[in-house]
Design a protein around this ligand. Structure first.
Ligand SMILES: *Cc1c(COP(=O)(O)O)cnc(C)c1O
Length: 220
């Protein structure tokens, strides 16, 4: 009951253009089913094997999204079903996703993950690496991927003005690339904001928020 209530109360506050990804990592299928029964169809996981097990166990109208860091050699395990990969942070990874998508006769949507936080430990591209991936030499060859947006994670801090600065930085990169419109790249989704900072993220232009603990409770 609590999970459904949490979900519905968050949803009721969201502007129309914002998509909610229910981040269900570490949680059992029974918890996910409570969200499903309350209408949720988009779930985010950060481990490929865990996501694949849940995909097998749960209804097939769910969209499964990979929000964690992806190792190239594991792409094949999610290529048959994954709906959106948030954490694409290298050309090599993008090429592997393209290859595995092709084997499965699918097109897989991707977000490029940008490094916007102060912490060195967080993954993501800088602007130079982003432009390299988006360059005309690299993109045209990949017919089985679509780059549909950007993703970023702010620094883990209570300092709201710093988080805001980082979100606005990501939004400005996103805006700069709006004119791109090729067969496999058109940026429409800006994935930023988690339980602690999603309201601020929406104010800064987020169109996709990834919420875990505020729906499912804390993780141990
Ligand atoms: C775990 C996770 C989330 C959700 O975090 P909460 O604080 O529980 O909402 C969002 N994005 C990524 C990339 C995550 O790994």
């Amino acid at each position: 009951m609590q999970i459904a209530q949490n979900l519905l109360s968050i949803k009721s506050t969201l502007p129309e253009q914002v998509t909610l990804v229910a981040v269900s990592k570490t949680k059992p299928v029974s918890d996910l089913m409570q969200a499903y029964d309350a209408g949720q169809r988009i779930f985010g996981e950060n481990k490929i094997q865990e996501m694949a097990e849940k995909w097998e166990a749960m209804p097939k109208d769910i969209q499964w999204q990979m929000i964690g860091h992806v190792q190239t050699n594991k792409v094949k395990f999610m290529a048959p079903f994954v709906n959106l990969i948030h954490g694409v942070d290298s050309l090599k990874l993008l090429q592997e996703i393209d290859k595995q998508a092709k084997k499965n006769d699918r097109i897989i949507e991707c977000l490029l993950q940008m490094h916007i936080a102060e912490e060195e430990t967080k993954f993501g591209l800088d602007e130079e690496e982003l432009n390299e991936i988006l360059s005309p030499e690299n993109l045209p060859e990949m017919k089985n991927i679509r780059i549909v947006g950007l993703m970023g994670m702010a620094t883990f801090t209570d300092n709201q003005s710093q988080i805001k600065k980082e979100f606005l930085h990501l939004k400005s990169i996103f805006d700069k690339l709006q004119k791109m419109n090729t067969s496999n790249c058109k940026l429409e989704t800006l994935s930023m904001g988690m339980s602690g900072d999603y309201k601020l993220a929406i104010d800064c232009g987020s169109t996709m928020i990834r919420i875990g603990s505020s729906i499912f409770g804390g993780r141990s």
